[in-house]
Design a protein around this ligand. Sequence first.
Ligand code: BTN
Length: 264
Amino acid sequence: MSDDIITALTANENRLGMFAGRVRWYEEVGSTNDLVQSWADTGGEEGLAAVADAQTNGRGRLGRRWSSPPGAGIYLSVLLRPSRSVLPLLTLAAGVAVADAIQSATGLAVALKWPNDVCVETGTSRWLKLAGILAEAGTASSGANYAIVGMGINVRTAIYAPDVAPRATSVEAELGRVVDRSMLVVECLAALSSRYEQLKGYGEAGILSEWRRRASATLGRSIEFDADGRARRGVAQGIDESGALLVRTTDGVRRIFSGEVRWL
Ligand code: BTN
């Protein structure tokens, strides 16, 4: 993949915004998020990005593993240095960017499940996940703030961890044809760069409405979530200006700030 991706990145450099000339490719790493974190800790500049053909310790949200066999997916992380005002909606903006990238590079219709799982609908109300985002914010010993946005896209069908396998799919499985991973990487970086610029330019309202427009995997769905140490049920109604999910329950509307929701 190395040659293909370098060629694609070079040919599309004018579309990569802040990532132009800052993408490094690796055959295998532990986790691209961990690698980018080491750059953040040592003063790396905003816009540095790592893309790997395989990860031996790919990490998902909520402490899960992210299956990352060689050549089966896109494992991509970027280093950002956002202001405090940008942070709350950064993960939603990244979800919008990855959804757009998949759709524009492959034509596959995708939807977002709060906060930023990228899914496809297969049959009536049966959703499968094909991409996820692990966003991690921190402060280096120098005091500088950073955020790492890690994107994982299942491109080829692979063996997924047993806890996620029943709800996982890949871009190629859904399309029934081979997909060019290089162009998907280019589209992800181009879309993320432009959504990040939108957020920095006080475009919060635009990001929220773009997220809602792609949220058929969330809004109006009956879901389960964890609160007060137990599973609760309700219907997802919307997101508020901070990105929290609004769920109508028998006790009224609850705001969910973190964790995950499960379809019923
Ligand atoms: C999720 O659980 O949905 C988030 C998955 C994020 C996986 C990506 S792959 C690139 C980056 N490196 C990691 O270790 N994780 C993220």
